[in-house]
Design a protein around this ligand. Structure first.
Ligand SMILES: C[S@@+](CC[C@H](N)C(=O)[O-])C[C@H]1O[C@@H](n2cnc3c(N)ncnc32)[C@H](O)[C@@H]1O
Length: 173
């Protein structure tokens, strides 16, 4: 058992609202940052994306995600690495995803790696995102500034009394 690696809420609760933020996943190229064991990705892939890329710090979680995805009829790839590492990002990430899932990860990066590396990571994720980035986190004001500077517009915020709120950011035309 990995200490301190459980988190709040059930999977249905963590997924609640994700398909109501006005982002279509069908035929899209998806990047899921902090994909954990691939459960969110598994549900997203029921919408028929063209491609799913899961990245996750923990190798154990990534291995579970790979196993789960043997039953998913979507082209997928997983990498375990620290997403704040720019050189690995440049090596393994594509330049052009349609949708980036950045759910309940940013505040961990701020806490564990520091504000500047976390924000540099977020800016790079926006740069690689063609359409929508879905964010769940705790500091919406700071993140909204990053999104605005990257050319993205914030959609309605979905709140849950237990979990951090989330919303979709869409690239301005
Ligand atoms: C709270 S969980 C969220 C999981 C999933 N995105 C969700 O919303 O249900 C945070 C995930 O981010 C991963 N993570 C934390 N720091 C990371 C880092 N530096 N690089 C990549 N993944 C990281 C954790 O291992 C964990 O799986």
């Amino acid at each position: 058992m990995i200490e301190g690696r459980t988190f709040l809420g059930t999977w249905p609760r963590r997924l609640s609202g994700l398909f109501d933020v006005g982002v279509s996943f069908a035929d899209q190229r998806i990047l899921d940052v902090g994909c954990n064991m691939g459960i969110v990705g598994y549900e997203v892939c029921k919408q028929g994306p063209a491609y799913y890329h899961g990245v996750e710090l923990l190798e154990t979680h990534c291995q579970i995600a790979r196993s789960i995805f043997t039953a998913v009829p979507v082209e997928s790839v997983f990498h375990d690495f620290d997403v704040t590492d720019a050189s690995v990002r440049n090596e393994v990430l594509s330049e052009d995803y349609d949708v980036v899932l950045y759910l309940a990860v940013h505040h961990h990066l701020v806490k564990k790696r520091g504000k500047a590396p976390a924000e540099e990571t977020a800016r790079d994720l926006f740069r690689r995102c063609r359409r929508s980035l879905i964010f769940r986190g705790d500091d919406f004001d700071a993140f909204a500034e990053l999104a605005d500077a990257a050319g993205f517009e914030q959609g309605p915020v979905i709140k849950d009394p237990l979990l951090h709120p989330f919303c979709a950011y869409t690239r301005r035309p």
